[in-house]
Design a protein around this ligand. Structure first.
Ligand SMILES: Cc1ncc(COP(=O)(O)O)c(C=O)c1O
Length: 456
């Protein structure tokens, strides 16, 4: 059986026989196993990278390959020596998008891959989402759009908030679709378009965002109408879309979503009365797409559902959410095992006391990787040998301890699942979120670039 992850060879062992495979190759090959087959082969952990992702290091540069272009700001560890990794099931991404498409049809799907694909890897997730039927991609930053373009992704990429003036040239050059909600933003966009020469063959597409009550970003309803008129007056522009964002879609019983949609539709009617009819109206995030049929319009913008996660813990049991497959697992291997005497205490602060002599496993993942320090204080568990075991003592920067009890049965090299499935047991990102008083979004986004991503 293929065994993703590094092959453990003792505390100072090194994996051997690497099978170099970029993320793009892994994706193209479909849901291939991460292991090269023989016990000694491992997938190159640079699976998070491909040639077009140079500013984060590269797959063929080895453990010290960083800053090849001299301008990288974040470095993913490109070696394969520490047995700790994130597994990303790209087949599940495609299947989730296909499932969402079916639910929302005939609306189109704009898969949201901002924040490095919610921590999963933007380029890889974007490719899988497009394969699953997404016609558009959504990003927060123009730079994130550039990353997709540099990887050869050609579908429309919507920048979900108005890019700062300094970013407009990049938006135009990379043919990203900007969101606009201020006159200044519109001016910057026109300047960037015009700086490329007087004639563009095709009008440049943009979307206007209207604030219908969340009050984060967007033009007021009246301001949106004025902006749309200004756009309509510019032959080099095309008002392709009008959209809003829902504040409480993940609480389906709250009536405010209906109020937001009403305000949105008033703007749509106001534009129509002036002969302006943007072809793409959209409002729905994952919760809106799944739970509010009236919010689907011509396009939906799911993020968290693409990753197979519920938009809220309270929605986890909904059939449309149950039909999704979680995409991400967080795994490591036990690096060290010892027996500790009864009455001894563990880790910083000595806050976890062993009532009886127990086997304690050390696992090389810590808060620098995105395992919150607080997790051990709020009952956090991991799976080893198909069983739940408690995190024992304070999570440290690079390592945690696991109480394997008096019976032990755990050895160095055993797989440890922090998030994901092992045997019949599963720990979800929402389980972490529930313990930590946060949401699954924050859990996956917080997984550090230091952790290699493996694409299966
Ligand atoms: C404007 C916009 N649309 C869509 C989404 C996707 O939301 P979700 O992940 O809840 O589906 C986000 C994410 O925050 C967003 O900011």
């Amino acid at each position: 059986m293929s065994r993703p992850g590094p092959v453990y060879q003792g505390p100072v062992g090194r994996p051997t026989g690497e099978v170099a495979r970029t993320a793009g190759q892994a994706y193209a090959a479909g849901r291939n196993g991460a292991s090269g087959g023989s016990g000694a082969s491992t997938l190159n952990q640079n699976g998070s990278l491909n040639k077009s992702d140079l500013n984060r290091g590269g797959p063929d540069g080895g453990a010290d390959d960083r800053g090849r272009e001299g301008h990288n700001t974040s470095v993913r560890v490109t070696g394969w020596l520490r047995p700790a990794w994130v597994e990303v099931d790209l087949g599940a991404v495609s299947a989730n998008v296909a499932r969402i498409r079916k639910v929302v049809a005939p609306a189109a799907v704009c898969a949201v891959v901002k924040a490095d694909g919610y921590g999963h890897g933007a380029v890889q997730v974007a490719s899988a989402a497009v394969a699953g039927g997404a016609t558009h991609l959504g990003v927060a930053l123009a730079e994130e759009g550039r990353q997709l373009r540099a990887a050869g992704i050609e579908v429309p990429v919507l920048v979900l908030s108005e890019p700062p003036g300094e970013a407009m040239q990049l938006v135009v050059d990379d043919n990203l679709t900007p969101t606009i909600y201020t006159e200044a933003g519109l001016g910057s966009l026109l300047e960037a378009i015009n700086s490329n020469g007087p004639e563009r063959r095709k009008p440049f597409a943009l979307h206007i965002k209207v604030d219908t009550g969340m009050h984060r970003v967007g033009a007021s309803p009246e301001g949106a109408v004025e902006l749309a008129r200004a756009v309509a007056a510019q032959p080099q522009l095309c008002l392709e879309g009008l959209f809003t964002h829902l504040a409480v879609a993940d609480e389906p019983s709250r009536p405010f979503t209906g109020e937001q949609l009403h305000r949105f539709e008033m703007v749509v009617a106001g534009l129509a009365s002036r002969g302006i009819r943007p072809p793409l109206l959209h409002a729905a995030n994952s919760a809106g797409a799944l739970a509010h049929p009236g919010a689907r319009y011509q396009m939906v913008r799911p993020g968290i559902a693409v990753y197979g996660l519920a938009p809220a813990a309270s929605m986890e049991s909904e059939p449309s959410v149950q039909a999704l497959t979680p995409v991400l697992s967080l795994k490591a291997r036990v690096s060290y095992v010892k027996e500790v005497a009864a009455g001894e205490s563990l880790s910083y602060g000595l806050r976890y006391r062993l009532p009886e002599a127990s086997v304690v496993a050390t696992v090389p993942l810590g808060y620098a990787d995105g395992v919150p320090r607080r997790l051990s204080e709020v009952g956090g568990q991991v799976l080893v040998g198909g069983r739940r075991r408690p995190l024992a003592g304070t999570v440290t920067m690079d390592q945690v301890l696991v109480d394997c009890g008096p019976a032990g049965g755990v050895q160095a090299g055993d797989e440890v699942v922090f998030i994901g499935r092992q045997g019949d047991e599963e720990i979800s990102a929402w389980e972490w979120a529930g313990r930590l008083g946060t949401i699954a979004y924050e859990v996956t986004c917080a997984l550090s670039p230091r952790l290699p991503r493996i694409y299966t």
